[in-house]
Design a binder for this molecule. Sequence first.
Ligand code: NDP
Ligand code: HSE
Length: 437
Amino acid sequence: MRLALLGCGTVGSEVVRLLHTQSADLAARIGAPLEIVGIAVRRIGRDRGELPVDPAVFTTDALDLVKRDDVDVVIECVGGIEPARGWLVEALRAGKSVVTANKALLAEDGGTLHDAAAEGGGDLYYEAAVAGAIPLLRPLRESLHGDRITRVTGIVNGTTNFILSAMDATGAGFAEALEEATDLGYAEADPTADVEGFDAAAKAAILASLAFHTRVGAADVHREGITEVTAADVISAKAMGCTIKLLCIAARGVAADGRETVGVRVHPAMIPLTHPLASVGDAFNAVFVEAEAAGQLMFYGRGAGGAPTASAVLGDVVAVSRNRLAGVRAASESAYADLPVRPMGEALTRYHISLDVTDRPGVLAAVAGVFARHDVSIATVRQGSGGGGVAGRGEDADLVIVTHVAPDAALAATVRALRGLDTVRSVASVLRVEGGA
Ligand code: NDP
Ligand code: HSE
């Protein structure tokens, strides 16, 4: 089985090492040896340490490599939309099988890749694209195909989970925790994709597509990052017996006209400490799947890093290689349900809202009136002294309000109206609450 590897960075170099150290076992499991016939990179001369591969296989011409007749399987570990899309479409249309870790491309235009695979008759596998080493996509696309998944809730970004876990453990603010994540090599020099939720949103789109048999793209995902989460939010969460996590949530729902829908969102949320995802710390990932017959399932492990991600890539290489030797291909993309994507405004959530208000008679009633006018039911209210005053005698007070479940649009309108009250000095923070706290 002849392999073309595109990209030899963090993930690709570990793929090369694993292919070397496991070569005998892999050959036995597949029924044929694996051979790397070419590796495409950007800079041939880059120092890649001790790589167990013939330097002559390196090239800078990825397109030429994927076009070669002697290539059976293309492994893509470059990332980004173009030129990766062009290479993979070329390979798939020519009947080659593709293994990719590229979540950005799959979320942006997975349909084009699936169509090209169907056209060429090869396989398209991408276990490494979501939650690194965790076997998650195969269970969704095979093991659970006899069941009906209702909801997928996950922590799918290690960098932000490290930051939020550090804020929870040490009381640090976002900037301080991000600095620690950068120093320890968890966060990249430009952490935008992680902290603004783009990486998690791409993964959410892939998970939703598989779970609900519907093409869901990154643009369908409501996305908020963690940059606005404050140390005060973390303290407030603790007071409620909660912790804050960046969640991806993909769930079935029903629209006003009775049609079934799917909603997909990524945002920070408070979850109770008793929730299975609350104890997922450090840079670990975990995904909680709820299905009608199977009930609740939890997948946990390392979501990033060269070796863990290469493990998932190699698992796919074994699967597609076996298929090629057997002259078969895996089941095609399953997108028959074609469910409409629900707007975020229809998502049912709870909110935790912190307000700085003037402390005088009638303020609480005015605030409560805003919630009532928007048909949002208040679950709890807590008042503390604001701005250093003494509760009940100072000029300011802090109000922390937690709502019952309501449509997100109603909650957002409530917050906008609160900002317009002259007794509300500021809306200090707004966070969603998930998972039954
Ligand atoms: P790196 O930046 O470490 O490596 C990228 C590789 O692609 C490098 O070898 C680079 O070449 C090569 N490359 C870039 N542009 C071109 C080009 N135009 N032509 C040929 N080669 C090119 O990325 P990672 O290994 O971290 O990530 C690879 C993929 O895996 C991405 O899709 C990422 O999202 C995904 N992934 C990564 C995880 C991780 O923990 N890192 C986890 C899960 C998925 P050169 O070496 O010469 O610079
Ligand atoms: N930047 C990602 C993370 C890498 O922090 O989880 C894996 O996709």
